[in-house]
Structure formats: C-alpha cells, structure tokens
Design a binder for this molecule. Structure first.
Ligand code: SF4
Length: 387
C-alpha cells in the first residue's frame, strides 16, 4: 500500500485542569496532577513508537526524508500551563528526534488565568513557544461565576501582563457569549476590555450546552432552559462582536476567529483547510495518509497503553469533509464543491442558493459562494440544506 504523509502540523493534548468547568466536555480532569509525570512518560512513548512506525512505513514506500519539517505545533488541553517547562523540554527533545522544528514554526500553548507563572512562561519561551492562547472567557465577574470558572477578571489581566513581560507579543484571548444572564452591554464591555490589551487574535464562541455536562443537567434536564439565550439574541451578540472587531482592524477569517492581519492561527487553518496533521495524547485524533484515527478518552487507559488507537473514519469522504471545513472560513468557495457531495441536481442547488442569497445568508458571484456574517453564524444549517 502506498503510504504517504503530508502533515506539517502537530497537536499535543495536555488533559490536566485545576477544576472542571461545568460546561466543558473536553478530555480534561481536575485533581489528577499526581499523574502528570506518568502522562508525560506515556506521551513520549507514544511519540517515539508511532513516529518510528510512520518512518518505516514511509521508507518502505520510497526514500523519503527521514525528518519532516513541521510548521505548526499546538499544545492544547486541558490546561497546558499547569505543567513545568522541564517536562516540555523532554517532550520537545523527543519531537526533535523525528521532526525538523525551525524558528518560524508557530508554537502555541494554551494557558488558563490563575496558572500563569513567570518562571514557567520564561521556560516555555526558551523552548520556542511563540504564541499563547488565554482562556479569558469574560471580564465580567458574574459571568465568570455563572460559567463556573474559578479565575477572576483580575487574574486574566495578571496573566496577560505576565506574558507580555516575558516577551510574548502574539497572543489570543478566548471569549464566550450567550451565557445565561449576559446582556448585550455586559458582552460589549468584555469585548472592549479584551481589546484594551491589544491581542493579535480573538476567538469567540457561543455557549453550547454539551450532553453529559453539569450544564446539561442544570439548563436542560431541570427544564431551566428559559435561562438560555435564544438564537436570535445570540446572533445579536455575534453581530456586535463582528462589528466592533472589524472597526478595530481585525479580520474575521473563520466563524469564531478574528485576527490582526498576518496573525491568523496557522495551526487551526490546517484543520479548516482539511490538511493532514499528527496528534499525540489522550483523546487526540490525527489525520494521516487519508485516515482519521483516535486515542482512548480514558486517561488511565491511555497511560497504560499510549500506543493504542482506533480508526475513526476511513476511507474519508474528502469532498464532504472539505466543504464542512472550508465553509467555516470567510473565503469564498466553489459551487462545484457542493455538486460533488450532494444528491440534489444542479437546478435544485441553484434554486436553494438563490433563496439563501435572497435571505442574506450568502453572496453568489458566478460559481462562487461567500457566506455572509449571518450565514457564517449558521454555516452548518446552510450546508445541511444544500447537501
Ligand atoms: S479550563 Fe478549559 S479544559 Fe479545563 S475544564 Fe475548564 S473549559 Fe475545560
């Protein structure tokens, strides 16, 4: 079998958190810091054994370069900023055995307010981390409390000051809107507060009540759904956000992501452009050689058997994946792409597109579709209509 890897990006998952937020369904755990060292041993083992396997599979195919150049690394979680630079040093030296990591590689680390230590930040910077993503979520104490976040707005400000003092200039702030009890004024105030710190990038997400989380119990099963923000109102939050950030010189390049020119997240763009990537750690999913595989979501199981992975999707319906992903971007895309995946005929598609254009969800020019702000907000619903 022809085995070819084109990936130039690596995702590393660090699943430890100080506390578990009640809306979070990520693979992350509180009060398990005693497992950090064992987790890193497992992570290193996974990198070593899988990279050796990739190497031999590729070499069997043709005489490829042994070391692959990596353009982006994303250390996400969880709360990666809970872990000492010494452990990351081991991680990077393992990665460097298999990958070429140049100075221009975008290396992002997620950080949660309340965990920013100056000595750790300096250590991360010395290892090559050059982009920090801060889970600010809000600058309003009441909203932070509703979200069950254990940090205060002052701790976020303290974290931003520390990363700036360490010399990080490229940082992202994560914000959440449509939180129960949030008014438009509270939201706008948080957006302006975020801008005061001159971030290069802002990611803003509407609160989603995920199945199996305490928030599902509070807001859905307890029939407390009236407290949730309705979709029309959520769009007003989104629209305000887009307006303010546009006026402040940000490019709205993906549904939830805004960047100063040149500061778009290169790593996340690899996902949205349907490119391949490596991934290591508990619950990590990778896309290599046309196949999606994933690791266990059980922390202890991962530590005891870090090499195990299961096939998530193969063969991948590449055109379907591509349209689901590129439609998240603000760039236009070809009508052709829809025709490749839909069961509808050309006439039906044209009629649907005209309707969507009349309703203000898309702009149509020749054979290109461009989702408007209103369209981006409901991009999945639009695609489901077309496909
Ligand atoms: S800090 Fe982030 S990863 Fe950790 S529990 Fe909260 S939302 Fe989830």
């Amino acid at each position: 079998m022809n085995y070819t890897i084109t990936a130039e990006s690596i995702y590393i998952h660090i699943p430890f958190c100080k506390t578990k937020c009640p809306y979070c369904d990520f693979a992350s755990w509180a009060n398990k810091e005693n497992l950090i060292e064992q987790y890193f041993d497992a992570l290193l083992f996974e990198i070593r054994t899988k990279c050796e396997a990739y190497k031999s599979l590729e070499l069997r195919d043709k005489n490829r370069k042994v070391k692959r150049t990596i353009k982006t690394i994303f250390i996400g979680g969880g709360t990666p900023s809970l872990v000492s630079p010494e452990l990351y040093e081991k991680l990077f030296s393992e990665l460097k055995k298999y990958f070429e990591i140049n100075n221009d590689c975008e290396i992002t680390m997620e950080l949660n307010p309340g965990t920013a230590r100056e000595d750790y930040l300096l250590g991360y910077k010395n290892l090559g981390v050059n982009r920090i993503s801060i889970g600010a979520q809000s600058f309003n104490e009441k909203i932070l409390e509703t979200l069950g976040r254990k940090h205060s707005a002052d701790e976020t400000i303290d974290a931003i000051n520390k990363i700036k003092l360490t010399g990080f200039t490229n940082f992202n702030l994560d914000l959440i809107f449509s939180v129960p009890g949030m008014t438009k004024d509270i939201w706008i105030e948080s957006v302006y507060k975020a801008l005061d710190f001159a971030p290069k990038h802002i990611s803003a997400y509407s609160l989603i009540i995920e199945p199996g989380t305490p928030f599902e119990h509070i807001y859905k099963q307890n029939k407390n759904s009236k407290a949730l923000i309705e979709d029309d109102f959520a769009f007003e939050f989104y629209s305000e956000l887009c307006k303010i950030l546009k006026q402040s010189g940000f490019i709205h390049y993906e549904v939830s992501n805004f960047a100063k020119p040149g500061y778009e997240s290169k790593h996340n763009l690899t996902y949205w452009l349907a490119k391949e990537y490596f991934a290591f750690g508990v619950s990590a999913h990778r896309y290599l050689n046309g196949m999606r595989t994933g690791n266990t979501k059980n922390l202890e199981m991962y530590i005891s058997s870090p090499n195990h992975e299961t096939i998530i999707d193969y063969p991948i319906n590449y055109n379907f994946e591509k349209i689901m992903l590129v439609s998240r971007l603000s760039n236009e895309f070809d009508v052709d792409l829809i025709e490749k995946v839909t069961t509808k005929n050309r006439g039906e598609i044209r009629n649907l597109l005209k309707d969507l254009s009349n309703e203000g969800f898309i702009e149509l020019s020749r054979d290109k579709i461009h989702l408007t702000e209103k369209g981006l907000f409901v991009n999945n619903e639009i695609l489901l209509k077309l496909i």
